[in-house]
Structure formats: C-alpha cells, structure tokens
Design a protein around this ligand. Structure first.
Ligand code: ADP
Ligand code: MG
Length: 456
C-alpha cells in the first residue's frame, strides 16, 4: 500500500500520543522524541528519523518494544522498525520526502462532512447503513457501492463522511475523493502530454479507497470511460473499495458503456429519496445549532414552512436558512424569529419553483440546471470543471439570444463576471452549435422545456 506523506505524519502523530502516555518523565519524552518522524514506509518496514544520534540509540534500545507496540496498535501491522538520525539523512543524497501526488491536487476530503452531522431518516437510511458497513471492512462487502439521488440530497456529504470515517479508523489508508469531472480534466491533461513522473493510472491504482462523485459526467466520454474502466477493474479485483455517486441509477446512465454499467451493478446500489418534513426539520435544527443559534428562538411553524417550501433539495433548504439568518441579523435585529420574518426572508425565492413559467434569466438557469442536474448555485459559481462550465456558457448564450440581456447584466447575474468573458462564452456556444450535434440536441431540449417554439 502506498502511504502518502500526510498519512505518515498522521500515523506517527498517533503513535507519539500513545508513547507520551507511557513515559513518566516529560523531559525525556520532549528531549528524545521531539522532531522525530517517519522517513519512509515501504513494504513491511518503517524508517524513523530521530533528532540526534543519541536519541537514535536510545529509541532503538530502551524504547524499541514500546514503539513497536504502539505502531502495531495504530497500523494493525507488524512493521519492522529502523532508526536513523537526522544528521545521517542530511549527509545522504536521498530525498527526505516522498514525491507529492501530481494529480487531483485540489481535491481532498472535507472534514466538515461527517456521519455525525448527517441526519438519518427513512429517505436515506439504506444509503447510510450501506455506507457505514463498507467503512468497517473497505473492499470486502459491497463493491462498488453506488449511491444515487437527485441533486442536493446528500450524496457528496455521504461520500466525504465515508472517507473521513475510514481515515479516522485507518489513518494509513490512502483515500482519494474526486469528482468524475475532475477525472475527465486530469485525463485530458494527461493525454495532452502533461503527465509528470507518475502516470494517472498508476496514481489511482495506488489508492485503497476511491470515492468518485457524480459519475454521470462520464457519459459520452468514451476514451475517459475506457481509462476509468481499467483502473476501476484493477481496484475492485484487488479488493480496494470504490464508492460512486450519481444523479440516476446505473441502468439509466445513458452514454456509458454497457460493460461499465454492468460492473456498477455488481455491487450494491442504494437510493436517497426526497426527505420527509420530520427529517428536514431535524436538518434545520442541526444547521441552526451549527450556526451557534438557539432553535427555541425560531417559530416552529415557521420552520415547518421552510421545510415544506424547500423540500426538494436540502442544499436549497440550507440556502433559505442562511438567507433567513442573514436577513434577521442585518434587517430585523431580532432575537426571536417569527413566522412573518421567515416568510419575508425567503419571499423572493420560495415561490419560484414550478409556478412561474415566464421566461426570465432565472428560469433559463433553472431549466439548464435541471437538464444537466446542476443547481443554480453551481451554474453561477466560479467552478470551472467542464460540465459546469458548459452549462454556464449555455445559460449565458440563452439569456443573450432569447432575452437580449446586456452582456454586463449577464456578467452580474453569473457571479460578477466581466462583459468580455460573457461575450466569449456566447460566441463559443454559437460557434460550437455549427458542428456539435450533441450540443444542438441539448439546446433544443432545453428550449422545449422553456416552451420556446423552434424552426426545425
Ligand atoms: P448532493 O451531492 O446530493 O447534490 P450534497 O451532499 O452536496 O448533495 O448536500 C447538499 C447540502 O445539504 C450539504 O450542505 C449537506 O451537508 C446537506 N445535507 C444533505 N442531506 C443532509 C442530511 N441528511 N443531513 C444533514 N445535512 C444534509
Ligand atoms: Mg454532490
């Protein structure tokens, strides 16, 4: 198993914490264990660097059994330990650190998303149970675990919770969280020859747990899917855990090779459904308390009003709550939040869904979002992964061509972009429409949902 630098640090930190409790003399611990670290873990051996030659001698004689015992406790492995002093390393030519991962640098587990702050209800019980089961023995029960649900119902949260929990119990496991979009972007860089020392495939093959979010974005990306199939098979065959999320069940993943879909079906698929009002109220309570506020200051019926008006998507419910909190602080200066304030704070957003079919910029963003299974926030965000960027460009194009909205105004709607960025996006879509049949289909279908009459 490949152990990254940060995992090495975590292991050694945990080992030191136990050792510290066994050494009565604080000065001995501080003096001889200070600045010690794991130099390298390879195969069955761990090399530990100490702060001086004297510490090295002391650790490998007097404290060896204690250190061995603690390492075993943390890693559940009988490692053979070797000690070297820092001075020996400095005089050798070997690098002190492992090569840093060269892929998915901006992707890491978000410690904010855990099982502790994930509310369990009928809608997601099965998904949570399956997730907890695979964390006990990754790679041994359901593999892959496939979690599917509409946007905003907690897939990403659960994926991070799985990763965080595994890291907590097995700090030496290499857990990789990525989105399918990020995989596509890395793959494109890779084939363009931008690969560094490690190949993308080899990099992913070294993980123990692979968590891939929004796998539907692999649709119609044949070359990338082929590569994904390859690493996916390797990991499953070698008993490594894979967890995938998607906005639809495996059989509905259009544009993905059958062999990939049938591989997905070999594990376990679980669905998260729309939450009921009680679960939504529980989520509101949790988020209110997480904001350091007292739930008793919120009118209960007002919270029910929020839960019922934003029942389709927990992300939107959270957005409404944030708006309410902001509104109360900035406008109302109230400590008790009544029904009237709650209704007022969300009046601009709660009636939007479903009732109003008038063609507006918001309506365009909503329909494009539904088509690409993205939220309004994602489309307006600065995120530049390919699928989100495309949905954003299409939305800008439609605002311009259907509503003649000025470029500057479009820029403001889409998170404060300048007018030249908007112009470039609109021109790009216009140009692509001349050759790209898939884009033509997408735009026709979006226009149909917007009730726009079309020539063809
Ligand atoms: P998805 O990936 O399915 O689109 P996310 O995981 O991003 O959805 O969830 C959207 C937001 O809603 C996140 O902030 C998440 O913490 C929150 N959320 C969703 N379901 C729950 C739940 N059951 N308990 C607590 N928070 C939740
Ligand atoms: Mg998500």
């Amino acid at each position: 198993m490949a152990v990254s630098l940060s995992q090495q640090e975590q292991i050694w930190d945990s080992v030191l914490k136990i050792i510290e409790t066994h050494i009565n003399d604080r000065h001995v611990f501080d003096s001889f264990f200070a600045d010690s670290k794991i130099y390298r873990i390879s195969g069955n051996s761990i090399i530990i660097v100490t702060n001086s030659g004297l510490s090295c001698t002391l650790l490998k004689t007097k404290y060896i059994s204690l250190i061995e015992e603690c390492v075993k406790k943390i890693t559940e492995t009988n490692y053979e330990l070797t000690f070297i002093s820092k001075d020996d390393i400095q005089s050798s030519s070997q690098p002190l650190v492992e090569t840093k991962p060269t892929y998915f640098q901006s992707y890491s587990l978000n410690p904010k998303y855990t099982f502790d702050n994930f509310v369990v209800g009928e809608c997601n019980k099965e998904a949570v149970q399956a997730s907890l089961l695979i964390t006990t023995n990754p790679g041994e029960s359901f593999n892959p675990l496939f979690i599917y649900a509409k946007s905003g119902l907690g897939k990403t949260h659960l994926l991070h919770a799985i990763g965080n929990y595994i890291k907590e119990k097995k700090p030496f496991y290499h857990v990789l969280y990525i989105t399918a979009d990020a995989f596509i972007d890395e793959y494109v860089k890779f084939v363009r020859g931008n690969q560094q020392e490690e190949s993308l495939k080899e990099f992913i093959k070294k993980v123990d747990v692979l968590l891939v979010d929004d796998i539907q974005f692999l649709s119609d990306k044949n070359k990338t899917s082929e590569m994904f199939f390859n690493v996916f098979n390797f990991l499953i065959t070698n008993g490594k855990q894979v967890v995938l999320t998607s906005d639809r069940c495996p059989n509905e993943l259009k544009g993905l090779e059958d062999r990939l879909v049938s591989r997905f079906n070999m594990g376990l698929s679980v669905n998260i459904k729309n939450p009921d009002t009680d679960t939504l109220l529980e989520i509101l309570k949790l988020k209110i308390e997480a904001n350091g506020l007292n739930i008793n200051n919120f009118d209960y019926n007002g919270l029910v009003y929020l839960a019922e008006n934003f029942s389709r998507n927990v992300r939107e419910l959270e957005g409404a709550l944030n708006r309410l909190i902001f509104y109360t602080i900035t406008t109302k200066h109230q400590s008790k939040i009544n029904m009237e304030t709650i209704q007022e704070s969300v009046s601009g957003i709660s009636s939007k869904k479903g009732k109003n079919n008038e063609l507006t910029e918001d309506r365009i963003i909503e329909v494009v979002g539904d088509y690409y299974h993205l939220t309004e926030e994602q489309i307006k965000s600065k995120v530049r992964t390919s699928q989100i960027a495309l949905a954003r460009q299409i939305s800008m194009y439609l605002c311009r061509t259907l509503l003649s909205t000025p470029f500057v105004q479009i820029g403001n709607i889409f998170g404060g972009r300048d007018h030249s960025t908007v112009m470039t996006s609109v021109e790009k879509v216009d140009k692509m429409l001349k050759t790209d049949a898939q884009l033509n289909n997408a735009i026709s279908s979006i226009k149909k949902s917007l009730n726009i009459k079309q020539n063809t």
